[in-house]
Design a protein. Sequence first.
Lengths: 789, 479
Amino acid sequence: MRHGVGAVLVVIVATGWAGGRSALAGPIEFNRDIRPILSDKCFFCHGPDKAERQADLRLDTADGAVEDRDGSIAVVPGDPDASLLVERILSEDEYEVMPPPESGKQLTAAEKELLIEWIRQGAEYQEHWAYVPPTRPAVPEVKDTAWPAGDIDRFVLARIEAAGLTPSPDADRVTLIRRVYFDLIGLPPTPDEVDAFVSDRSEDAWERMVDRLLASRHYGERMAIYWLDLVRYADTVGYHGDQDHSTTLYRDYVIKSFNDNKPFDQFTIEQLAGDLLPEATTEQKIASGYNRLLQTSHEGGVQQKEYLAKYASDRVRNFSEVWLAGTMGCAECHDHKYDPYTAEDFYALQAVMADINDYETFKGGNTLPTKRNPEIEALSPIDEARIAEIESELTLLAGRLAEGDDAARQEIERQIKRLESEKASLQNNLRLQMVTESIKPRMIRLLPRGDWLDESGPVMEPAVPHFLPQIQKEGRVTRLDLAEWLMQEDHPQTSRVFVNRLWYLFFGEGLARSLGDFGSQGEWPTHPKLLDWLAIEFVESGWDVKHVVKLIVMSRAYRQSSLVSEELRERDPQNRLFARQGRFRLPAEMIRDNALAVSGLLVERVGGPSARPYQPAGYYAHLNFPTRRYFYDEDENQYRRGVYTHWQRQFLHPMLRAFDAPTREECTSRRSISNTPTAALTLLNDPTFVEAARVLAVRVLEQEGSDTDRIRWLWREVLSRTAQSDEVAVLAELLTQNRSAYETNEAAAGELLDVGLAPVPKELSAVELASWTAVCRAVLSLNETITRN
Amino acid sequence: MHPYEEYQRAMTRRSFLGHASLGIGAAAASTMLAGPTASAMDASAVGGLPGLPHFAPKAKRVIFLCMAGGPSHLETFDYKPELERMDGQPMPESFTKGQPIAQLQGQELKCLGPRYKFRRHGESGQEIADIIPRTAEIADDIAIIRSMHTDQINHDPAHTVMNTGTSISGRPSMGAWVTYGLGTESHDLPGFVVLTSVGGRNPQPIASRQWGAGFLPSRFQGVEFYSKGDPVHYVRNPAGVSRMQQRQVVDAISRLNELRYQQVANPEIETRIAQMELAFRMQQSIPELMDFSDEPRHVLESYGTEGSDGSFAANCLLARRLAERGTRFIHLYHRGWDHHGDLTRYMEICCGLCDGPSAALVKDLKERGMLEETLVIWGGEFGRTPMFQGKGKDPGRDHHIRGFSMWMAGGGVKGGVTYGATDELGYNAVENRVHVRDLHATMLHLLGIDHHRLSVKFQGLDTRLTGVEEAHVVDGVLG
């Protein structure tokens, strides 16, 4: 049964099609228009996986598509009528039609039309965009030359103009400062900082603020939140007894590296292969702790061979997701269904990492922390840096001792004493850290179907995926070679993957939306040229992360309002054009940090061991080997930033969980953003937030003025903006209600003020303080408080 | 954006055109999600996916009684006279060669005969061991599957397989899948609830990832209810805050959120208002749920509990109360079945704690006419070896994955059936083998879901609970 394609097309066109290519798109382009369809609907059976391939037909390569298979040709360029593909996708016979009904896949009319039109136009294939090295594209011309603040904006604006739209206006200055504070340091601005920025009308006010934030030591903490998600940093082993392991120095390393703006190539190399660097420093050894972050099991009855295989696979999965945005996990059992990664590629990468000593892990018992040799005892890189700073200050001070009078000398001596005691206490802060030790590489076999019991597979030589640029070298490929290979200038993935994720951090969406999948099932980038431009900029700047971050936040695109116009809601509901900023709920850590910051409780010390905030009693009851009790910190550690929270993989702190922090069993390149009753209960009742509210209430009562004045002050402290009078009225009513309740029940006021460790100033009226606590609880629980606009 | 979120967002936007009122709760929120075309049957009316169920469901909900640690099939549902005969003799190597082994690695393998007598029970004459007499009373209501098998031999990964169909981390648990697909009929309780109890040998840890949502939106993750402290995290008002005052705080928040909505029209705000309201109602409904004072004496006695004290008995009664309130997936874990040694001593403890309440639950549901629409599943993450293990004073058994037993009841399952068989020593499932993914396919089928078609794109793949390998609905246990 053969249809005339023309007749069918008429039907398709007549029925019309929504979705697919929108009016925003140009002529047919394989990578953008055709590959996603073939990949999703056809590659499962006609793709890279040779074991699954049906009818010996592959559609992922041009050669495969045009091959004459016993007289039938799937794709005849320029001739849809002669193409078997067209016949089969249009067939109405349930045994003929492709994809077959039992696959659960269907082509839409629009997709059929695209495929036919593509063949008519000559069926041109393109190499997958993410496997071709980026080149610096020309910066496009724009009509509105006044809008762009730089080249990024020209790329963004060109697409907006092509769609017949205009960018959103700049956000107001209060929104802007809040946005850039949360984005760059993860903390809110103080009202004084807001005032200073709002009133500073100089040309470079924005740039100076950006520079100041990039230089802040809190920048590294903010960036670490994301990096630790990628590399699945946690404080516990993950499997079975979920014992603690020792790795907090690695976290300090990450924070310090971002703060020092360590070039991303060096940052990468130190983590993957710091131990292999000539005369590796302690810091580089700590960095190599990356290879030990995976989940391990200390269950009795673990079979060594099985778990060596599990660990090796875990590492390849994480490596490929972090640096390649590759979903290589699929290739553990079979060739990838959609991408060119083969099972051989998967095990060849295992072989590259086969020198990592995992044997010691099996000796770690059910202790807290468990022992996961090789470990080193060392100072935090952050403390090391501070000690170096102190030493140079001491040298300076020693030189000044001879000068000045007695009073001045005594003052200098006092300073010397203070610095020496700080140095001495820092030098005591030795902590354990798992590190990588290279031993004679284990023999790695390809495991058929991923089955560790099956020894029939070939022994694998270490290598990088076969279709990517190869490592030219005599002898065995090492982890160091692998890391350096990633940083080759023409590597198609490393730079794109990372700049794309930076864009996501500052817009809420990537330029390629599939942050973790640059394969053919991932979404085609909305702005491929801008992505390449940024990637090149990143590499040419010497892998300078702050440079790229600054480029992004200095752009006009970044500074747009996040309010959605009626037109944009209609035309671009998902903000694919970036004709406005994103708006999204803050990450879990920042929700905590914000409450602590505005209440004045936040302890800003950077780096250090993990912290244990209040947590519901009994939450660890299901842990065993050994049984676990949680003791919350009763010192200043109680008030440290969320990034330092003890990360128990099996029972992540309920507050972090309620706001979508991942358990970090696997790489997380994008956190989901939920909106649940559990989150609401956390804001309302978690002692951390109740305590923050009552301490904030103390600050309220320290302000002079009427109730209304104080409400306005509170609003500015928490939300940076001025309260509207209807907003003030709501809170005034809440205050009155609570006053009358607590006046008749003073004991209840005392109970509320008893929540948390922070002392209650005795001179304040309990009734007043409790009533204002209610008001502060409300303000800390607002949607606006936890949203980045 | 996640496809579900995308859908939800579109729907939320749409709802804004139609609904003017705010301060709505879950019921209204679910109507809001339904959109104009959803029929009464469509799961999207209750927060599930449009187009589900795929066909008329037999079961509306699932109660999964997980016997964590792995109970012995050879002491419960799978009688092996040949194993009895070979008690103490070497285990034939033809069974064990090249097979994965847990704690018995490198040890001499000897047969251990069944420790209990088996008898036939009910009109169906199902063979059940004497150690679970109350389960024997419901023999005609349950379908026993003797031919289960799974992939992983250590507890943690085996639970992961039982819950997610694979040992790879990061996948959604079955409770999350089911609530994602079907939503929930409970208005002020979570759709997926987890209850745990302890008692027996060396309770194995159980990780919260076992009820995780994986790559599904996190609102589908199981919510654990506790017997000590707050029944749900942060469900209790702060000290010194009355219910009236909490109401006032919530009202103030919602009014302020509403004012903000008027300024910025962010649809997230409306959801936030609805969830805040739901949270407030949960603060009332959860304590009510946990309070058994409205249960008649004979019901408490049949389960063997006085109140929600964290026992398996109390959790079974809670499961029924949750089922009555429309909760979609209720997952109980009883930790204590890891009987490497002192098998009889610990079987007595575990069966003493679990046998009666499991049977009482089935009977109670039946008496209330709820069994027909409630699927009850009983079993562990794996079974135990026919081989002897000598940890402890008396014999025990090691982990075993090549053959073990589970039972199912209600919700469209045919009672009084024994399905499948292991070999003469109870080692390998040999007849009508049922893999964990077949169990999942069957469960989904009873819920009106074609397991092929409940999928979410993750890392490029249409990922399903039943995975990429073939999975079959076990027709032999369908009513």
